[in-house]
Structures are given as structure tokens and as C-alpha cells.
Design a protein around this ligand. Structure first.
Ligand SMILES: [Zn+2]
Length: 383
């Protein structure tokens, strides 16, 4: 039995298809063909709105789902970080239950795959149920030079726990202000790392710290009793300081990019010029609004022809885990960005970053990407 579907518009992962196109699917929801309405015969089901492949959430922390509403809005990144560190502890059952509810919300919102940051093994029981595709980013932090070996060893232990689940895992740095260059190099050299993700330039303080050893992070290190005497000003942004460590044979996702400027982008693209398909920038606008009230300069990344993807971040900094919600914020705040652009970031680009575009991200023959119906800026998961 074949199913024949059409709509006002069909976004196929690359662009909108010509009017009157029809998707043909088999009983397993695999795309069999894309044909013209005139050739489709009877029994074509019409939907009002846009049909789109399932969404890819490239940046989440499901293990923080129990923190929904715990941290006040717009207090800035440093207060937010202290809030997460101070309030994340909870009973295992509460955390596990919140993870299950959060995953259910993502599925209902048409998300089919997630790049998920992990500092603990608490999400393993839910992930074992296999309801959603995950790439687990085992996150390491440690700014003092002397903790690099120990922290890397601990993350390797967690990496092995996740590897018992499946092979879609990487060890990744938390952020430039929380990972020393020694630890960064260990992460990049880890042979099983094909895909790297890092929080990047989420606050101006991060650049101030790297450029001149000034700004709000000094207070953060002080509060956390971290001795930073060893650190000298680098006279350039955090991203430009760390750039020499990255390996352009690995995929790299830079997340947030609220304070990334043109020179940062140009230099990073130069580093990846032989492998531009490996360099991605993730937008999480609703989390940025929640934490700092700021939004990234999306047009800058478009003008620089960057590969953009979209993430929700966690429920600690977002009211919903909805890629549609992120798209709506992007479109409302950037008149020159089209739904077509944003849908490409939410589907095919995300699938390419996670290395799952053989199955997900576009309506192409042989793929089984899931299907969402978007109508009046709301999403309904069809399957
Ligand atoms: Zn994050």
C-alpha cells in the first residue's frame, strides 16, 4: 500500500517543491517517489500548510529537564551558570521522569533526532528505549591545567557507558572559558571523535576574558575557587585563540555564537576551507533570550554563507523543546530570513551535522525522515 500526500507547500529539505508535487510513501513511511499531481492518480491526501521532513535538534541537554523554570530569566550567563551548578542536583527518579516528559515533548513537536550534551549517565535509561535518535556529546570541563588528565579520564569512563548503548557518541569541550588548551587538545586528539560540539561566545565576558583577562568571568572563577594565575591575556577572541587546536577533518558545531563577529567567522572558515562541509553554527535564540535577553546576528552568518543548524538548549533555559518555536523567534526577529532558509537549517543541515542525512533531513527516495505539518507557525507531527 502506497500513501500519496500533498499540501499547499512541500519543503523537501533543500527548498519548496514546485506547486502540485506529491510525495509517495510506502507503509514504513519511506519515500518512494516525488511526482506531479497530474501523474498521481486517485487517493491523494491534501494537507493545509507546509509539509516538512522531521526536525533535527542539534543542541539539547535532556538531563537538565527537571530544571524547567528554576532559574530566573535575563540574569546573564554567569548567574545562569551558577544557577545550574547550584540547583541541578535532584533525586534520580525526578530527573529520569523529567527526561521522559521532555523526550515526549520533543517527539510531539516533530523532532526526530537530537544532539544531546551529557555530563551524567542519567539519560541512559530513557535513551535505551530507542524512541528518538540521539548523538550523545559527553561534555568535559576543567580550566586549571592540572585537572586535564583526570577530567578527560572521567569523561572517557562516561563515554564507555554511552558506547554500550550505541556508537553515536563523542567527547566534547564545554566552552572556551571552562576548558584549558591542554584539555582541548586531548579532546580533539581522541580518535573516536568524528563530531565535536562546543558552546561558543555565549557572553561578551568570554571574549573579554580571552582578550584582556577582564570581565565577569574573573568573579565566576573566584566564586568557584579556580586559580587562574596561569592564564595570560591572549589579545584575541576566545574562538580565535582556540582555533589552532581544531582539526578540520572532524565536524565542528559552534553553539550560541551571540558574540561572534565577522572576523571570527572569516578566520574559522579559513581554517576549514578544505572542509567547509564540516563547519556548522548552531542558533538557540529562545535560550539566548531566556539567559541574557540577546539574540544572535543571524544575518551575519547568512551573509558569510555559514552552515546553520538549530537547537533548543535545555529546559533550564527554555520553556519548550520545540524547533518550531526557535524558527518562529528567528523569523519574527529577522525580516530578511525566509521560512525556506530556516527549515533547511532545521532539517537537512542538522542531519548533515549529525551524519544521519542518509535517512533524515529531506524528502528523497529511500529516506525515512519523518513528516511534520506546519500551519500558521505551529507544527503537527504526522509521523
Ligand atoms: Zn547548552
Amino acid at each position: 500500500m502506497y500513501r500519496k500526500l500533498t499540501a499547499d507547500k512541500i519543503f523537501n529539505g533543500h527548498q519548496f517543491l514546485p506547486a502540485n508535487s506529491v510525495l509517495i510513501l510506502d507503509q514504513n513511511n519511506t519515500i518512494i517517489d516525488v511526482i506531479k499531481r497530474a501523474e498521481a492518480g486517485e487517493d491523494v491526501k491534501f494537507h493545509e500548510g507546509i509539509l516538512s521532513p522531521g526536525f533535527i535538534n542539534c543542541h539539547c541537554h535532556v538531563e537538565l529537564s527537571h530544571m524547567k523554570g528554576m532559574i530566573p530569566k535575563e540574569t546573564g550567563l554567569i548567574e545562569f551558570l551558577l544557577g545550574v551548578m547550584g540547583k541541578r542536583e535532584a533525586e534520580k527518579e525526578i530527573i529520569e521522569q523529567a527526561i521522559e516528559i521532555a523526550e515526549h515533548e520533543m517527539i510531539a513537536n516533530g523532532i526526530v533526532a537530537v544532539g544531546d550534551i551529557c555530563n551524567t549517565n542519567l539519560s541512559i535509561p530513557q535513551k535505551r528505549k530507542g524512541k528518538l535518535y540521539y548523538h550523545n556529546f559527553i561534555e568535559v570541563s576543567g580550566f586549571p591545567l592540572e585537572v586535564a588528565d583526570k577530567r578527560f579520564e572521567q569523561s572517557n569512563f562516561l563515554f564507555k557507558e554511552f558506547s554500550a548503548l550505541h556508537s553515536n557518541n563523542s567527547i566534547v569541550p564545554h566552552a572556551p572559558y571552562s576548558v584549558s588548551q591542554v584539555l582541548m587538545q586531548k579532546i580533539i586528539d581522541f580518535e573516536k571523535n568524528a563530531i565535536i560540539s562546543m558552546h561558543n561566545q555565549e557572553a561578551q565576558d568570554e571574549n573579554d576574558f580571552y582578550r584582556s583577562k577582564q570581565g565577569g568571568f574573573l568573579e565566576l572563577y573566584n566564586k568557584l575557587n579556580i586559580n587562574i594565575d596561569f592564564f595570560d591575556p591572549q589579545y584575541k577572541s576566545s574562538l580565535l585563540t582556540l582555533l589552532p587546536h581544531f582539526n578540520n577533518a572532524q565536524k565542528l558545531l559552534l553553539v550560541h555564537n551571540l558574540h561572534t563577529n565577522e572576523s571570527d567567522i572569516v578566520s574559522t572558515k579559513e581554517k576549514y576551507k578544505e572542509q567547509l562541509d564540516n563547519l556548522f553554527f548552531c542558533l538557540c535564540p529562545n535560550a539566548n533570550k531566556y539567559i541574557s535577553g540577546d539574540l544572535p546576528d543571524v544575518n551575519l552568518f547568512v551573509q558569510q554563507q555559514c552552515n546553520l543548524v538549530i537547537g533548543t538548549d535545555s529546559l533550564a533555559s527554555n520553556e519548550h523543546l520545540s524547533i518550531m518555536g526557535e524558527i518562529n523567534t528567528i523569523l519574527e526577529s529577522n525580516a530578511t530570513i525566509s521560512m525556506e532558509d530556516a527549515l533547511k537549517w532545521a532539517t537537512l543541515n542538522g542531519a548533515k551535522f549529525l551524519g544521519i542525512d542518509e535517512q533524515y533531513g529531506s524528502f528523497e527516495i529511500g529516506k525515512k525522515p519523518g513528516m511534520n505539518l506546519i500551519n500558521e507557525r505551529r507544527v503537527e507531527k504526522l509521523f
